[in-house]
Design a protein around this ligand. Sequence first.
Ligand code: KG4
Ligand code: ZN
Length: 333
Amino acid sequence: MIVLGIETSCDETSAAVIQDGFLKSNIVLSQEIHGEYGGVVPEIASREHEVHLTSIIALALQRASISKENVDAIAVTYGAGLMGALLVGLNVAKGLAIGLNIPFLGVNHMEGHLYANMIDNPQMDYPFLCMLVSGGHTQIWRVDSFGEYTLFSNTVDDAAGEAFDKGARILGLKYPGGPEIQRVATGGDSTAFDFPRPRLKRSELDFSFSGLKTAILYTCKKMNANELIMNQSDIAASYQEAIIDTLLEKLEKVHLKTNINKVSVAGGVAANSRFREKASDLSQKIGLNIQFPKMELCTDNAAMIAMAGYERLNGGEISTLDLPAIPNLTLAG
Ligand code: KG4
Ligand code: ZN
């Protein structure tokens, strides 16, 4: 079965082709225009998708050496995400499905992230823990089989990617903040500033990043422009370290609670090299088997949507043309 995947939930315009479970192509256009605004501007994101999606799909088909007449089904993100951005992908998918007389399936963006690792590690067997660390989510799921998920940890305020983005903004760096903080932190002293590792009394497995954001804000406010420039690298390194330590501390707790040692990490923050390094140290220390997707499969992409869609389509699922875009779609819902 040949599945064309389409992803337009936020600021990546992407199309991919999966044939019989194998990735044939994955084209991702990151909308760099948002960098100058310090965050994603929803209206601009929709317009950019509108301009580029058709040619990105054509390129994905061309790279896979597949003509659109040979596509068997379309998998498209229908939530969570920005309403206008989702609608562009969803409507193009519906139009193609009608024009080519093939089925289409709405895919949950989070389920896509969960299965990003499956593209290169199809041997990942159940049950496993999936740590989802993106711009909108910071969660740890127990995955018992395809479609069977239990949430163990969630953030009570900001997501880890959001903490990177907001911290970067405070440091005067551009959006997206994660890669910027990583770049500036390189060579910095991660022990120079003592940022908190927030612990919630009520729920020891949950994450909280808002205190960390306040801490970096006050640290920077106390400095003049010169001191900020002098300390930027150390602040970024210390801030990054605090986010990563928080993520790994909760992961260890969930591992101890569930006794599951297989872990799949997903989402944009999984691209962070210091996170990968510290996660691998932790794996060796406590005997975890942690898998990270390839860099290009960490951030938003249509390959993961095509993959999750392929699994569901194989199980006989299809969507009807009245499927709406659902900006706040959750994984269990
Ligand atoms: O998964 P993703 O592409 O989109 C969402 O579904 O949210 O994640 C985007 C997030 C952004 O907050 C971005 O700053 C963060 O992932 N990110 C990183 C890195 N690359 C992207 N965070 C830390 N280090 C990175 N190298
Ligand atoms: Zn995402």
